[in-house]
Design a protein around this ligand. Structure first.
Ligand code: BES
Ligand code: MN
Ligand code: ZN
Length: 501
């Protein structure tokens, strides 16, 4: 897909399609009005006859509008003008893209980016539109023998901005959005891949691909033997029931021209989580292939970062592992010694994510990180608490938490903070070891983060629980590519490149 910006008037466009908004009830946007004037009331006549009310998401495709140079005009219902908010805007863009894609317009000039969206500027509108377009056109069909492709797919969109002064802002929005979309696509591709293909070795190959594609990326793989030497007893225990070797991929991006302390992004990479000996129920167990969504998100963010070539040092770690029941598997009751030296009593082998992450969190101390953000499909409880709209955010460092909340707000990839008060820590007490891997009744997302927090004393740390946001279930099942957008926004902000500057 190709994107560009321009500043022109609608009646002068010569395109396969021009896209303009109509508000409810039957009110033309200013660009629609311009088209109406030049076509001697053609559009307002249609509205008067009741062809389009202007309700949000309504579409009316017109051909051969009098005096208009473009082949088609797509009228898009935008709801009540005063109610047009971010969510509606994104929905409208999605519908528009699907309509264009299905109706044979291979290119379009879109004036929806000129509409007034509450509290949002041109940069935001164009960036969201490009991200939404790429999201909407994504499909995972590499394993289908017969692929369904539209006969005349959309290839090019031009977004219009009201003044020439805003052209550079629009261009910047496109650059950022395209880099993010590349990251989102990597994330989706690896996350959607089935667990018989996507195992820890596959994850490490994806990391290696980044190394070969970008000069300032290098990758190291930590295998089971090295984990043994490092004393990563907890991580190793989780993988012991699997035939697929546990592998931790360490992706180093050197973008700063000094050796300033890196930001570390750590992703839970359970390529399949059966629950282990504490076996999960059968329903929807296939979705546990997405238990590597954290690693996929980190891989995607690293990819976006490499595209943007931001002046930062960032290390992405993919903690690859598979949790399976087997004669050699770890069991409830086992006491593990973590790399930190702390001992953990396993009360449920399905609470494996924290056991993998805790050793990875200790491992990364060697990088002396400036901040650490881990990303994990960690708890079903997070889905209960926040559903699929917001990622759970927990942190022991307020400034970092606020940076992430800001990034989530800016990118539209939302997060919501949960408390991490000391009071919850006692739920992890064990009679036999330093603590257990199970928080018991109540606040499952918080007690999981409490567990992790015991391994993060040496740096600023935040945790993103993406259990509800990483993938969609049901008929539209698939990876969402979250939280690549939020993480990349965080990095853009760190690099001082937020918005149009
Ligand atoms: N990967 C799961 C969490 C999960 C479950 C994410 C369902 C998304 C949907 C994690 O490893 C897990 O099994 N967590 C347990 C923890 C419990 C045993 C303390 C859970 O949430 O049930
Ligand atoms: Mn589990
Ligand atoms: Zn899991």
């Amino acid at each position: 897909m190709e994107f560009s910006v321009k500043s022109g008037s609608p009646e002068k466009q010569r395109s396969a399609c021009i896209v303009v908004g109509v508000f409810e009830p039957r009110r033309l946007s200013s660009t629609a009005e311009q088209l109406d004037d030049i076509s001697e009331g053609y559009i307002s006549n249609l509205l008067r006859r009741g062809d389009l009310e202007g309700k949000s998401g309504q579409m009316l495709l017109l051909h051969n509008v009098p005096n208009i140079l473009s082949e088609r005009v797509l009228l898009v219902g935008c709801g009540k003008e005063r109610d047009l908010d971010e969510r509606q805007y994104r929905q409208i863009i999605n519908k528009t893209i699907n309509t264009l894609n299905e109706t044979g317009s291979m290119e379009a000039v879109c004036f929806l980016s000129e509409l007034h969206v509450k509290g949002r500027d041109t940069y935001w509108k164009i960036r969201q539109a490009v991200e939404a377009t790429q999201d909407c056109l994504y499909s995972f069909n590499s394993l289908k023998t017969r692929k369904e492709e539209p006969r005349r797919p959309l290839r090019k969109i031009v977004f219009n901005v009201p003044t020439r002064r805003e052209l550079p802002i629009g261009e910047r929005a496109i650059t950022h959005a395209l880099a993010i979309s590349i990251g989102v696509k990597s994330c989706k591709n690896v996350a959607n891949m089935p667990p018989n293909i996507c195992n820890p070795a596959y994850l490490s190959e994806q990391a290696k691909t980044l190394e070969s594609d970008y000069d300032n990326i290098s990758v190291e793989i930590v295998d089971e033997q090295q984990m043994e030497e490092l004393g990563m007893g907890s991580y190793l225990a989780v993988g012991r029931g699997s035939e697929n070797e546990s592998l931790m991929s360490v992706i180093k991006y050197s973008g700063a021209n000094d050796d300033s302390a890196p930001i570390v992004l750590l992703g839970k990479g359970l390529t399949f989580d059966s629950g282990g000996i504490s076996l999960k129920p059968g329903a929807a167990m296939d979705e546990m292939k997405y238990d590597m969504g954290g690693a996929a998100g980190v891989l995607g963010a690293m990819h976006a970062l490499a595209e943007l070539q931001l002046p930062l040092n960032v290390i992405g770690v993919l903690a690859g592992c598979e949790n399976m029941p087997d004669a050699n598997a770890y069991r409830p009751g086992d006491i593990l010694t973590t790399m930190s030296g702390q001992t953990v009593e396993v009360l449920n082998t399905d609470a494996e994510g924290r056991l993998v992450l805790c050793d990875a969190l200790t491992y990364i101390e060697r990088f002396d990180p400036e901040s650490v953000i881990d990303v994990a499909t960690l708890t079903g409880a997070c889905v209960v608490a926040l559903g699929s709209h917001a990622t759970g955010l927990l942190s022991t460092h307020n400034p970092l938490a606020h940076e992430l909340l800001n990034a989530s707000e800016q990118s539209g990839d939302r997060a919501w903070r949960l408390p991490l008060w000391e009071d919850y820590q006692e739920q992890l007490e064990s009679p036999f070891a330093d603590f257990t891997n199970l928080g018991g009744k109540g606040a499952g997302t918080i007690t999981a983060a409490c567990f992790l927090s015991r391994f993060t004393k040496k740096y600023h740390w935040a945790h993103l629980d993406i259990a509800g946001t990483a993938w969609r279930s049901g008929a539209n099942k698939g990876s969402t590519g979250r939280p690549v957008s939020m993480l990349t926004q965080f990095l853009l902000n760190r690099a001082g490149q937020e918005q149009g500057e």
